[in-house]
Every structure is written in structure tokens, then in C-alpha cells.
Design a protein around this ligand. Sequence first.
Ligand code: BGC
Length: 728
Amino acid sequence: MKRSSTTRLLVFTILALVTLGALIMTSNSEAQEQRALYLDVSKPIDARVEDLLSRMTLEEKLALVYADSKFTTAAIPRLGIPRRWLSDGPHGVREDVGPDTWKPAGRTDDFSTLMPALIGLASTWSPELASAYGKVIGEEARQRGKQIMLGPGMNIMRTPLNGRNFEYPGEDPFLTSRMVVDYIRAVQAEDVASCAKHFVANDQEFERGTINVEMDERALREIYLRPFQAAVQEAGVRTVMSAYNRFRGHYCSENDYLINKVLKGEWGFKGLVMSDWGGTHSTNGAVMNGLDLEMGTEVAPYDKFFMAGAFREGLRTGAFPMSVLDDKARRNLRQIIEGKALEERVPGALNTKDHQAVARRVAEESFVLLKNDNSALPLDLSKVKSIAVIGENAVLLQAYGGGSARIKTFYEITPMEGILRRAGDRASVSFSMGYAEKPIDDLANQAIKAAGQADVVVYIGGLNHRQYFDTEGLDRKDMKLPYRQDELLTRIVETNPRTVVVLLGGGPVEMGSWLAKAPAVLQVWYPGMESGNAIARVLFGDINPSGKLACTFPKRLEDSPAHAMGNYPGKDGTVKYDESLLVGYRWYDTKNIEPLFPFGYGLSYTKFEYSDLRLKPGDRDGVMTAEFNIKNVGLMDGAEVAQLYVQPVKPRLPRPVKELKGFNKIFLKAGEQKTVSIPLNRNAFSFYDPAQHSWVAEKDEYKILIGASSRDIRLNGSVRLAETTLEK
Ligand code: BGC
């Protein structure tokens, strides 16, 4: 009896526990069911967006489409949508500014790694480094609480004078596309949205806020839109920034053709289009022609923005259908959900050893050795006992300049510091400024004296981020070296022929008569926080330079297309791109103009031999692989960027003589040989035919040119396309 009552008690207890357990499970799964679909990460993105949209009031939707401070949009706490933080820029996470001002917020936690400028990244010709670069940006942005990073810039270098050339990957749409695609993928893999900017044709800073750009459809499609198309269709970029300028008469922020027809229509872009800061001009234009987020309009309060109060009013009166607001809200919500802003965000990382290493590696691989007679470089510290470093850029900090791309960096090793550290006590190193912003007579004389006393001169000059050089809002006035550097360099090379010239800058400069006498010239762009270390490692031979020019260096400004045609900076508010497709090397090659240094050019401390081109057909017409061998026949390990250009033999429409359609960067130990393979698909042969609104790969013969630069073709073969095909 006693035993059976104990058993009953036990059975009862077990039953009770089971029931309780079941109850708990039921209420859990009920909670699961009740949990909003939009929060369920297992559901498809479209369903989550629609669910969230369906729960929103008009005011909440409206709050998504305009800023509530310089770099934020409002939170919607009822639905768990946090405040959204946007930040510049391409080279690191910019310092925070105050809510309603451009003045720094004065925080102590808004430092960031300073990466080399994008023109430098492009000069590495390494999509792998673009990806490593993007990961740094993404991790730092996440750590700094940013959801959208305002980069990369992908405007094409149309003129050497554009003040923002340093922020963009050069003159070629194919190279630009390859670099930005991997950059964007890597940023976005860190749950941070990239922003493809400035859409499109913001190719000069002169009158950038108003200038009207006119160009033919082929130039638009084949040159200027190409990188944006790749960013959208290949990288899945989540946001696009409209440019300040007008295009065919309409502001880019309210350009129906560009935004509604091409970007969202033809390319199927599902993300959001934001204005550049202060680049919105009307409520009707912005609302109806595709803008989804208005930023930076210089009015107060924020409810006075074009897409705020006036948009609300238009919705109330029926001037705007509710569907346009829904579409904009949907696009913003997609970016918010894709960026995991509704979930617990894991921390990122700031300026780790890895980030520093990537910054240095990108810098090292970006330097382009333009000249190296008699192996003047690398410098040998067992022979060189005294070095005269000359030039302001040896000691000038570059991080905090240039406009929106400026960075409050954790540190910046100047070239002088890098050289001092690397030389240690093995050589004496002196420094003289040589020139200054405000001329001081004695500077040049002191530098000449130092040059005369040293075994070797390392001149570190070029451009900087001051007004009228590499800076936002203004273009350069000419293509010359500022501060009478040509004159100074001429005197230096006469005094000491063992002069190595290191040039900083975001694009080409004319080089005076000193060039003939200077044995070595190294173009280093803006190398970021590891600048000095990277420069020293290349100068002293720890690293073999492998960068190649992402832009042509013309002999004179007048040789360059926009200037030769008299189409810069425009007349009466309009600039006509009459050079059409002939941008950069496409111009010099087609017009037979000898540049100072061609696109794709760059020397190494070793030598490479190319051999045995095989063109292997793929499984479809027009799909093929070019295979060839490269051998490092010098004494030093190094990397070579092999380039593939396609030349149509009898095109129906005018085409540039040849165009870059593939490349591969190969590391080879001294004496080593490798097989390089570069795949090509039909895109490599196609052009845009405006009459058919289509890309056309035409039946024709095509030469396949393999080169160490655009003007150093080492191997060639040819292929035939048997059929003409169209691709929308
Ligand atoms: C620039 C953009 C930048 C924005 C925000 C504008 O002046 O053109 O590139 O992202 O400012 O700083």
C-alpha cells in the first residue's frame, strides 16, 4: 500500500512535469509563431521586407527616406529599427561630425585605420588585395557602429586635373570594375553596406554641383556606367549615391533615365539610391525620379528636406501615389535587414595587427616604379652611407586632408620616419624641406647643399591634399608639380646624379627636364598609415615593386583627351564629352600619341619573360581562355601583372584600338616559371549598340594581345567569333 501510494505520487509528479514541459514548449512555439516574420532570419529577404513594410505607418515610412542629422536616419523603436549611421568613406571610417554640422564631434573613439587611396589600390591590380582592403573597412565600420560606408568611389579618370582622382580607381572601366567588385563584396560580408558613388559622370570638381554633362550613349554605357553596373550586378552593392552634377540636363539625384530606367529598370537594382550631401534639388524630381534617401540638404530643421514635409503633403493631396513611398521604404528596409541591423550585431575590430598589415601590403604593391636606370634602386645599405632626404612630403601628414575621404588615423608613419627606422645606424640620414607652400628662399639652397654632401638623394615630393591639388571641391589648375619642384629637382639632379625621386599624388604630373637625369622614379600615390614603412621597404629592396599604372601619364596636359578636344571644364555650365569612348589609353593608342608612361606600365627589380600563348576555346562560342607562360628571369623574387587586351579587326562601329579585358598578377620566385590563364567570355568582345539598345558581340576576328603594359605587348594571337550575339 505504502509502496503503491509512493508509486502514484511518482507517476503524478512525472505527469505534472511532462504537462508543464509541454505547456512551456507550447508557449515557446506560440511565441515563435507570434514573433514577427520580419524578425525571422530564416525567412527570405523579400518576405521579411514586405512584412515589416505592412506594419508601418506613413510617418514611419517617411522617416526612412530623409536624414535626421548629418550622417544618420531616425530610429523607429516601435519596430526595433535602430538609428542608421552612414559614414565616409573609401579609405577608412571617417571621424564623426556633430549632428548638425561638418565640425568634428570631438570624440576620442572615432579613430580608424588609414588605408592607401583607391588610385593606389587600383595600381596593385590585385582583386585579392581589394578584398582584404574591403574587409578592413567592413570590420572597422561595424566596430564604429556604421551601417553604410560611403564608398568606393568609381568615377573614371577623364582628366588628370580632377581633384578627386585619388579617390577613384583610374581611367579604365574594366580594371575599376574588377577592383570595386571585390572591395564591395568584402565590405558587405561584414554586414555593412557599401555605396557605389558618384552615379554618374562626376568626373570633375569644377562646378560639380551644377555642371551639366553631355555624352553619347556608347561612352555612357561602355566607360562611365560600367563599374556601377558591375557593382550592382556582380557585387550586389546595397546602396548607390547619385552624383552632384546634371546629366543630359537633369540633376543626377532626380534623373529618371539614369535611376529609374537604367539602374533600377535594366539592371534590376533593388537597393537604395541616396543623394550626395546637399545634392537634392526638388521634391517632385526626387520623389518621382528614383531617389530613396535624401542626405545633407543644407536646411533646418530636417522636416524641411525635400523628401520630408513636402513629400508628406504631396501624399496627402494625392499628388504622389502611396506606392512611390512604399517603394522607397522597401528599398531602405532591404538595406536595413540585409545589414542585420535588426539583429544583435557582433562587434567588429579596429586597427588590428592584421589591418595594419593589409594597409602596408596594399601600399607596397601599389607603388609604380616608373624609371630605374642602372639599377639605381634598390638602395644597398652596405654601400650607401649617407642619404639626403629632400622634400616636404617626407614629413607631411596626409591623413587629414582631401575632403570627405580624410581620416583621423591611429598613426601615420611619414616617409622620413620610415627611412630613418630602416636605415638605423647603417647610414646617416639628413632632411631638408627643399620647398614649402609659402616660398622661403633658403630652403632650396639648403637642400642643394645637403644633396651635394650625400651619397644618395631621396627626393620625396609631388602633390598633397591642399587646395587645388588632390582635394574635393576643386580641380588642379594644371598638371605640373607645385612649389617650383621642377626647378628644384633640376638643380638636385645636377648636383647629385644619384637621386631617387619619390612622388606622392593622386594622378599624373608633368615631369620636367630633370626626368632625363634622375635615374629612378617611384610613384607612391597616397600610401596610408604605413606610408613610411612601405616606402622604405621598397627603396631598400625588402619588397620588389609590382604596381602598374591605372592611369596614363601624358607628356603634357594638352595631350590628354578632354584637354586636346577643348572639352574641359565646359562652357556655360555644360561639359561635352566629345572624346566619347577615347578616354585614357584608348585615346593615346587610337590617336598615336606617345605618353610619358603608358597605362599598365610599371617596372620591377627583376625581369619577366612571356612565352607560348595558347588560346583555348571554351564550350560556347566566344568563351575562351588565354594561357601562356611567364618566367622570372632576374635575380629577385617578384610579381608581374600580365594584361590582356582585345583588338577587334574589322568592327562595324568605331572602337578604340584595343581594350583591357583581363589581367592576372603572378608572384614568381627568381628563376621560377608559371602558366598564367586568363578566361574571357563574350563580354570581352562586346560593345554597346545604341540602335539595338543592346550589348553586341560581333562576328569578327579579334586579336588577343598579352602585355606587360598597354604599350609593351609581348605575345599575340587571334580568335574568331562565328556568330553575332546580343545581350541586353
Ligand atoms: C561627397 C561625398 C561624400 C559626402 C558626405 C560629399 O561632399 O561628394 O563623396 O560621401 O560629401 O561626406
